[in-house]
Ligand binder design. Structure first.
Ligand code: AMP
Ligand code: GLY
Length: 420
């Protein structure tokens, strides 16, 4: 079988790695991929925004199944386009992807279906938003509606910050804005909850906690994610049931009422307040670095799960996980999430010998003149699993020290709430 994986980050390297374990797979194409996927897949340098070229490549190379990693092609309708061309694909439709593509769509859906979430208002111009801010208590949260690579969310401590957020959004910092969201600030503990769905059946696909802030102790600017651990310390059966009954199932019902369904990974970003879940946001894909953290715990054959989703037979398989505690740390280019330099050589990666419980997933790397060099803000993901988060973090920190790369930094405190 030939599998195509769309994307180029650590998540996609982890997806390739999991697919590769299946004996049924004889070729993986990663489009466009990175220096890590190059070792286990054929990297294809193709513009993934060009759906027509992509379709031609898939047909020409007899690719049986396509798995889409990142949100943008999903929100742009890649699934609908490929399916119209009779290509089997793992991921949600354009309409279902609005759960991530439009925060206002999701908030309105929450209101209609009484899904617990922060109170909110939608404002269509600066004047109305600022008038509202005049009457508000702080902190509160101002959000751009569309995809903003994790940067369109402002936690505002006072009116000045609120005003700046409103102006930046309406001035087009994240693309043309017709509306924005102002939300109540929820105080609790965050948790990422994943399910996989074939449109008829759903299964839980693990929990995790990521660290989005750049600095130790969860301080500083927001990033795509500096590290994660799985499972979340908050996970328990009662909370699972509440999340499924109050949040996930009503959402899937709402999609059904819109004459669509959800196929793929659905990632609920939650705030847990006194044991009750509130939805902060949906993502219509695996998280990054949550994917790299969760997949090493999977015992069931990953390709079989993907095929079961595509064939709408997810009810026929059990998804099994090992008991271990998994933890990832992201090694970033100095300067990230601000400006940084790329093309810096990472010297001795090929000499590092990993145990069966250690993993190096590449994110922003590429091959240049036969050398591995950095190619982005988040560069490498180091992951270890063991009987405790403490041991896993120790193993990752030892692993990072063996990497000969002077241009990077990382957080040493990932998982501090469950370790220190
Ligand atoms: P989002 O991109 O919507 O997940 O927001 C990014 C981060 O902002 C979240 O992971 C939370 O830490 C924080 N956040 C977003 N909305 C709220 C809210 N209503 N209350 C508190 N924190 C929030
Ligand atoms: N790590 C957060 C995300 O993938 O959205």
């Amino acid at each position: 079988m030939k599998v195509g994986i769309i994307g180029s980050g650590g998540r996609e390297h982890a997806l390739c790695h999991a697919i590769k374990k299946s004996k049924k797979v004889d070729k993986i194409f990663c489009i466009p991929g990175n220096a890590g996927t190059h070792d286990i897949a054929i990297n294809v340098n193709l513009d993934i925004n060009n759906f027509e070229l992509l379709k031609q490549f898939i047909i020409k190379n007899n690719i049986d199944i396509v798995i889409i990693g990142p949100e943008k092609p999903l929100v742009d309708g890649m699934v609908d386009f490929l399916e119209t061309n009779k290509i089997k694909v793992f991921g949600p439709s354009k309409l279902a992807s609005k759960l991530e593509g439009s925060k206002i769509f999701t908030k309105n859906l929450c209101k209609k279906y009484k899904i617990p979430t922060a109170k909110f208002g939608v404002f269509e111009n600066t004047k109305k938003a600022l008038n509202f801010l005049d009457q508000c208590k702080f902190p509160l949260v101002v959000k751009a509606d569309g995809l903003a690579a994790g940067k369109g969310v402002y936690i505002c401590e006072n009116k000045n910050q609120g005003q700046q957020a409103v102006e930046e959004i309406f001035n087009g910092k994240f693309g043309k804005a017709n509306e924005l969201l102002i939300e109540e600030f929820l105080k609790g503990e965050e948790m990422s909850f994943f399910i996989i769905s074939d449109g008829k059946n759903i299964k839980k696909f693990g929990t995790a906690q990521d660290h989005k802030r750049v600095g130790e102790g969860d301080t500083g600017l927001n990033t795509g994610g500096m590290g994660a651990y799985s499972p979340s310390r908050l996970e328990n059966d009662l909370l699972d049931k509440k999340i499924l009954d109050k949040i996930i199932k009503p959402t899937l019902k709402a999609l059904e009422n819109l004459n669509t369904f959800f196929k793929g990974f659905l990632y609920a970003g939650l705030m847990i307040i006194e044991g009750e879940p509130y939805l902060i946001e949906y993502n219509v894909r695996m998280g990054d670095p949550e994917c790299q953290t969760i997949l090493p715990r999977l015992e069931t054959n990953f390709l079989e799960i993907i095929e079961a989703v595509i064939n709408q037979k997810l009810n026929q398989i059990n998804i099994n996980w090992c008991d271990s505690k998994s933890l990832s740390i992201v090694q970033c280019s100095n300067g990230y999430p601000g400006t940084y330099e790329s093309n810096k050589e990472i010297k001795n990666l090929d000499k590092i010998v990993l145990t069966k419980n250690e993993f190096i997933f590449h994110a922003g790397t590429k091959i240049m003149d036969s050398k591995i060099v950095s190619n982005g803000g988040r560069v490498l993901n180091l992951v270890a699993k063991s009987s405790s988060f403490k041991k896993s973090r120790e193993a990752v920190l030892i692993l990072i020290k063996r990497i000969n790369w002077e241009n990077g930094f990382y957080r040493k405190d990932i998982g501090f709430k469950v370790i220190d």
